[in-house]
Write a protein that binds this ligand. Sequence first.
Ligand SMILES: [Zn+2]
Length: 255
Amino acid sequence: MLFIGIFLFGAIVGSFLNVCIHRLPSQESVVFPASHCPHCREPIRPYDNIPLLSYVLLRGRCRSCGAAISSRYPAVELLSGLAAVATVGALGVSAHALLAFAFLCALIVITFIDFDHQIIPDAISLPGIGVGFAAALIHGDPSWTASLAGILLGGGLLWGVAEGYHWLTGREGMGGGDIKLLAMIGAFLGWRAVPVTLMIASLAGTAIGIGLMLIQRRDSRTAIPFGPFLAVGAACALFWGDALITWYLGLARPA
Ligand SMILES: [Zn+2]
């Protein structure tokens, strides 16, 4: 019963995240005007704006004009609902769980905006660095020193990679947005999560990149946004970071 409530809370937050994903890149207000159909501009009625349920009841179509509604909307709501359940499952009903959920929400918004526009808005990553550090100061997990080290390591590592790549190839590979995102991840999760995040993101990014090249015969220069992979890596580090570090160190040690 608790988890159904938590899931619904997450899904409702998810419908707000949809608005952020849609409006933040064009600097529109996320509060006004009310949501409207992107096809016919008709405002969406409150009873058609119930997370997940409305999409199913309307069979994925606008009530006024019948245009198909992107399946991304219910997907984001589902993802947010699951994120809320996962954080409470891992951390209990606590301030820490709420903070972790907010962190995952920021990662969800960043992922979809980066997919669409190949940018990571400073409007999320820069305040995120501050919030992550402030939370560490208050909460102490990670400690504020680990959080500060995470900001420096996260920002510094990718900055070094970006500079090195630019120096070697003369091309811009890594965006500044990725650098600020990894600094934000370090702020929330502490410096130990930075290599874990980066390793998972690189492995997943390489696998998907090779897959895409094989399927679409894409030029290897075709930019694949790295933000979504960093977000997946950070979510893994949040839930399984300590276990992953223990496992990895165990591999390095002779049996
Ligand atoms: Zn419509």
